[in-house]
Design a protein around this ligand. Sequence first.
Ligand code: GDP
Length: 512
Amino acid sequence: MSNSRRTFAIISHPDAGKTTLTEKLLLQGGAIHLAGEVKARGQARRARSDWMKIEQQRGISVTSSVMTFEKTAPDGSTITFNLLDTPGHEDFSEDTYRTLTAVDSAIMVIDAAKGIEPQTRKLFEVCRLRSVPIITFINKVDREGRACFDLLDEVADKLALDVCPMSWPVGMGGLFEGILDIATGKVSRPEGGSKEFLGKVDENVTLPEDVGEELELAQAGYPEFDLEAYRSGDLTPVYFGSALKNFGVAELIDAIAKYAPPPRPQPTEAGPVEPENKEVSGFIFKVQANMDPMHRDRIAFMRLVSGTFKRGMKLTPSGLGKPIAIHSPILFFAQDREIADSAEPGDIIGIPNHGTLRVGDTLSEKNQIRFTGLPNFAPEILRRVALKDPTKTKQLRKALDDLSEEGVIQVFYPEIGSQWIVGVVGQLQLDVLISRLQAEYKVEAMLEASPFDTARWIRGSDQALRDFAEFNKMNLAKDRDGDPVFMAKSAWDVGYQQERNPDLTFSATKER
Ligand code: GDP
């Protein structure tokens, strides 16, 4: 049943507790037994599995890209959770952004002492692009943090979201006594008041007076929970807890099971495709290349949109036009990697291939579906690529095209001049670029400062674009698909041009 799937991601700033929370979620879901043992047990287990062989042969590590676990809901039904990893700041890249196009909802983890941090905010904006609903988890309440009202107001103000507290910490840090479920009025308390929070529910507790007052204020000051407002991305329910102490995590899972949307329809130009649609279809949101440069194998991650996928099925990638049989798809279980026999909408399938599958491709049985809405994001760092050996221009072009297909970088070819520009959203992508150019394409390249600071995709009528081009040739480039891009010297430049050219749109994202 497709509506038993919850496909989601965790968005947060590094150090807010994403890893810790992920472990606890898997633990609660019965996927692993002791969070601390993930590695040792995992390795022993995986060594036996077919998956590991593929991983070893191909040298691709997808170990934590997708984690699947199950939990039985209070009503007896089983919910399957697909948690998609969005790599933290070290490998921050467009991959991270694109992963968010493959989820139906997200958990936003906030450090109670720090509030909204830059990365949280960036990732949130990506969610907002697609109206992805967000459940907020304010983490680390076992430590001294900021006042609850302060945190709630900051989420509301900085993200322009309605907030609805669903729980309330009774004290924080050293004074932490437990967490109150606002709807039921029950307080779960750490057992024996020790630091071991076992989540015992105590209905007899009398709330300290100031907490009672706070609660009244909170209930008066914030909107009530409204499922529709949450699902359309306008309101976020807020839970307090401690990932480290495993406190408030069960409530979080229950909230995803209860409120988070099941797989949603995906847009195409001909209208949305519903998950109930019998025809199998999906889209590639991420391609992971081999770590070993001698092998060009890749794993393409497909989010299944409709139909029941069966192993061996033939699907046609939109970019290719010729069907491919998918004999060894990979399904991701936290416990073990399994070769998938079947999968449902909302599930992620890993498809080994030799570079035929690209980010943004649609796969379908009849090859008549094209999903839209897989955006490119405006790069934040632009660099000019210079060759040490100028005879290698052709190799460089091929490499830049390949790597931009893979989503490692974006590439812009200026209308005037021959110096190609690469754009990334994180510094690490540049390091990856240089080393892969060298290892895989035998191209020695250097990155130089670019005269541009940011890029915007421009759209408008042919006439409007021609008029614009006449005066701004120096600032025009084409992306890898040949679409026009305005290379701006500053954000101010963008605003200025937008004002002067009301017939054109200057967009920070581009949908394929
Ligand atoms: P990530 O970078 O977001 O994945 O963060 P981690 O899960 O690695 O956590 C960063 C640090 O915060 C680690 O030292 C964790 O032990 C700690 N941490 C995570 N959750 C909590 C919590 O609920 N309470 C406290 N006190 N520390 C936490």
